[in-house]
Structure formats: structure tokens, C-alpha cells
Design a protein around this ligand. Sequence first.
Ligand code: NDP
Length: 295
Amino acid sequence: MAAQVIDGKAFAAKLRERVGRQAAQFEQAAGRKAGLAVVLVGEDPASQVYVRSKHKATVAANMESFEHRLPADAGEAELLALVERLNADPAVDGILVQLPLPGHLDEQAVIAAISPDKDVDGFHVTNAGRLAVGQSGFVPCTPLGCMMLLTDRLGDLSGLEAVVIGRSNIVGKPMAQLLLDANATVTIAHSRTKDLPVVVRRADIVVAAVGRAEMVKAEWLKPQATVIDVGINRLPAEPGTDKGRLVGDVDYAGAQGVAAAITPVPGGVGPMTIAVLLRNTLVAAYRNEALDLPE
Ligand code: NDP
């Protein structure tokens, strides 16, 4: 039987709708809209697309979107001064600096300058620490979105074997932490892992966050595993077409014959990321006004 498709697009649409409703309630209670500030430095085309779609989604969710664009040659002092202004601005609940930054800017220094209570991307070391020790803070949007899809599908994850492939600070590590908090037995695999197929084979849950097209083969999977494919990879264009197809880190067609459920690429994890960003911003707004987030 073919694996069920985990429809991240539909799940994200529902989440955005709920956030939009709660944002309208926030506006009534607080007398202002929840606000997300997005900072874009330079003209990286992919970043411009992301920033545009974040702006549209923010406005559609009844929140205020503040866009700040700096030229590619902006200095670090200028960027840090902008972050400081946003930290101090009571209309701004969440701050997101679009990465990657141009090479002359120190990303870690810029992330460190964002107030942890406005760090809706969850990249600040304080939020990484809060996640590590089980305190409430902001969790990076992509792994939190993966977790929502997993718990929606599987319910209680207690005792399940989970293998996360990838150990980046923005996906792999927080993903592993969330799975651990949900009482899964977690293995983190990476480029030095020996015999990855054998490691993956024991997983009830596989989260692939590598960035290598279709690397995870169907034969690696345990029958009836649940597969979350975070990877976004563009294949070379076929002759006669101008753009190559987007694929994940998992051989989707093959995995469909083995897994119980799998996220497609596109339409799986990707749409969850912005929806969770909106959710994190809403949570920040309610916290800033010391209001209780309604159900
Ligand atoms: P990074 O490049 O930061 O991390 C990749 C990880 O994969 C590293 O830990 C690396 O190991 C590991 N890795 C590389 N090669 C192998 C291999 N052959 N076998 C096992 N592990 C390997 O990437 P990100 O975490 O930022 O992103 C991962 C993927 O997810 C990318 O395709 C990215 O585009 C996508 N992504 C999607 C998002 C979405 O919204 N859907 C959001 C964020 C990312 P090591 O540490 O040893 O180098």
C-alpha cells in the first residue's frame, strides 16, 4: 500500500487561519496589531522571495509587517543599530533577520543582538539554551513545524525510535531536542555517521535535513516508518526547460512503497515554516502584553 502523503500545505493553511483569528483577538485586547519586523540586507533573489512571502502571510494573518531593507554593503554597526531600534520598539513583537547575510557581516553577532524575547526564529543562544533545558522560549520554525506534523499524525511519540539526519543549529539539533522532549529515543546522524542505512533502518521516525537530493533510499527505511523530508534541492534543468525540479533528501517515489507516511517536497515541511513563524510572533505579542493566548 502506498504511503500516506502528509499534507503540510493544508496543515499550514489551517494553522495560519487559526493564528489569524487569534491575532484579531489580540488586536481587540491590546488595542494594536501584533507586529513582525523582517530585515533584509542585500538583494539575494531567494531571500527577496522569502521576505515577500513572509510579508504577505503576516498581513493575511491580521498582523503588522515591518520591512527593513539595507543595501548589500551596509555596515555591521548600521545593522546592529537597526536591531537595537527594533528591540526597543513596542509595536514590534518579533524580529527576523533574513539569512544568509552578506559575507562581511557576522551572523552570530547580529543574532546575538536580537532580544531573545523577540527572537521568533529561535536562533538566539538564549533560546537554544532554553530549549536544551526545557524552559519555554522560541523554537526554530522548521523543526517545530515538523514536530506539529509528527504529533498530528502519530499522537504520542513515547518510546519511538527517531533518527534525525543533519545536525545544524536551525534544523537538526532543535529537531532532535523536540523529539527527545516528546520521549522518543533519538539518534542524530551526520556526515561522519558510519553505515547510515543501518542507522536509518531502525527508525520509526526519520527526519532528513541534509540538503542532498534523494540521498535517503527506500531500502534504508524500516517498513511503515514515518518520514519527514526537510530537504529542498533543485535538480539540474532538463533540456528544454528553464528550471529543474525541486526534490527532497528522500527518494520520494521509492519511499512511498515502504513508509507509512511521508511529506512531499514541495508541499510538506516548507509551508509549515512560515506558518510557525506567524505562530511564534503571535505568542511573542501575547507575552509582551502579558495576555493569555486563547485556544
Ligand atoms: P546544513 O548544511 O546546515 O546541515 C546539513 C547537515 O547534513 C549537516 O549536519 C551535515 O553533517 C549533514 N550531512 C551532509 N552530508 C551528509 C551525508 N552524506 N550523510 C549524512 N549527513 C550529512 O543544512 P540545514 O540544516 O540548514 O538544511 C538542511 C536541508 O533542509 C537543506 O536542503 C535546506 O534547504 C533545507 N531546509 C528547509 C527548510 C524548510 O523550510 N523546508 C528550512 C531550513 C532548511 P555535518 O554536520 O557532519 O557537516
